[in-house]
Design a protein around this ligand. Structure first.
Ligand code: NAD
Length: 368
């Protein structure tokens, strides 16, 4: 049997710096856990534009559709600000998401105890927090037609359309229920069924998918505005939250900040399962290319490393090894190792990107 395949697209700015540490972690699993991957690397974003005049070459897109999972660093930078919209680095990422049909965006909000002081909320409200927001990513108001700015009488009107089909709701609901079964078996679905017809349909379909195929999972429904309040009032009441593209965009950013630094936040975007049962998948940190610190060895690689942990769990069914990697990160933080973005305490000297990678590899060694 051949090894599972990974396509690495490190991208721009700090992307290649944090990805270097992920590659060391991947090599560690090959050497120490008999878990080898066939790794290919290619360009995306500004780096692809510089070489090919396009932010994602067709050959790269074709490879992304063939491999078992794609790992992406970050794209963008001031150098590309003046480019036409169609050539901007971000278009490369949007093309990947669209052509891989990645409809389910997973954003965990997990609070490592050692970093609980970073949250803007009280420590006891966030300490031990572990929730997952599943955001529908390919439909809803960001894509619905009609859209545009039109003339109406003697003034203009801006229009966007919230539109969801039953099958679009069905598939993202299933992905949330499947996830919940691997976690604490609870799903809270959020919409605005009180004022939006699309919300009424959303609620109806989620309930039907539950009753038909996932009756073992605890399901609740909540209006999204109440959900926002509950997220900052008592976030630990949630396990998996499933919601649409617009509410998910806002609620996942809100939940992310419960846990502190941008340098800590991983994400996964999943599509329909292939013939072998693996979903099409793209894993990437939430942060961007951080041009203000690029090239200085200051970037925190943890978000990108935790994105690889998500790949181990959701693409390769290696939940135990994912937990090993997450525990290594937790240990390093508990030991007080900090990159510059995580400096809350006085008198702590920050480690470099490589230094953080070294500490995580040492913690992995210690886990054997
Ligand atoms: P950003 O996430 O790149 O940076 C925001 C702030 O957080 C900066 O001060 C940065 O130094 C810091 N930061 C981010 N990641 C960090 C890390 N791993 N370690 C330490 N500090 C970190 O967002 P921005 O500044 O708004 O955008 C910069 C560029 O990135 C833009 O071109 C933007 O379009 C692009 N971007 C790309 C993605 C992506 O690739 N998915 C996401 C967001 C922004």
């Amino acid at each position: 049997m051949s090894n599972p395949s990974l396509l690495i697209l490190a991208g721009d700015g700090i992307g290649p710096e944090v990805m270097t540490e992920v590659k060391r972690v991947i090599d560690w699993f090959g050497a120490k856990r008999d878990l080898a991957f066939d790794v290919e690397e290619d360009l995306v974003g500004g780096a692809a534009y510089d070489k090919h005049g396009t932010p994602l070459h067709d050959d790269t897109m074709a490879r992304a559709l063939q491999v078992d999972a794609v790992l992406l660093g970050a794209v963008g930078g001031p150098k590309y600000d003046a480019l036409d919209f169609s050539e901007k680095p971000e278009r490369g990422l949007l093309r990947l998401r669209k052509e891989m049909d990645l409809f389910s965006n997973l954003r965990p909000a997990q609070c490592f105890d050692a970093l609980a002081d970073f949250s803007s909320l009280k420590k006891d409200i966030v300490s031990g927090l572990d929730i997952m927001i599943v955001r529908e990513l390919t439909s809803g108001v960001y894509f619905g037609e009609p859209r545009g700015i039109f003339k109406e009488g003697n003034e203009r009107v801006g229009i966007n359309t919230q539109r969801y089909t039953e099958s679009e709701i069905d598939r993202v609901a299933r992905s949330a229920f499947e996830l919940a079964r691997r976690r604490s078996n609870k799903v809270c679905s959020m919409e605005k069924a009180n004022v939006m017809e699309s919300g009424v349909l959303w609620r109806e379909v989620v309930q039907k998918v539950h009753d038909t195929d996932y009756p073992d999972v605890e399901l609740t429904h909540m209006y999204a505005d109440n959900g926002a309040m509950q997220l900052v009032r008592a976030p630990k009441q949630f396990d998996v939250i499933v919601t649409d593209n617009l509410f998910g965009d806002i609620l996942s950013d809100c939940a992310a900040m419960l846990t502190g630094s941008l340098g800590m936040l991983p994400s996964a975007s999943l599509g329909a399962p292939n013939a072998d049962g693996r979903p099409k998948a793209l894993y990437e940190p939430v942060h961007g290319s951080a041009p203000d610190i690029a090239g200085q060895g200051k970037a925190n690689p943890i978000a990108c490393i935790l994105s690889f942990a998500m790949a181990l769990r959701y693409s390769f069914d290696q939940g135990d090894e994912a937990a090993r990697l997450e525990a290594a990160v937790e240990k390093v933080l508990a030991d007080g190792v900090r990159t510059a973005d995580l400096l809350a305490e006085e008198g702590v000297t920050p480690v470099s990107t490589t230094g953080m990678g070294d500490a995580i590899l040492a913690a992995l060694d210690a886990s054997l």
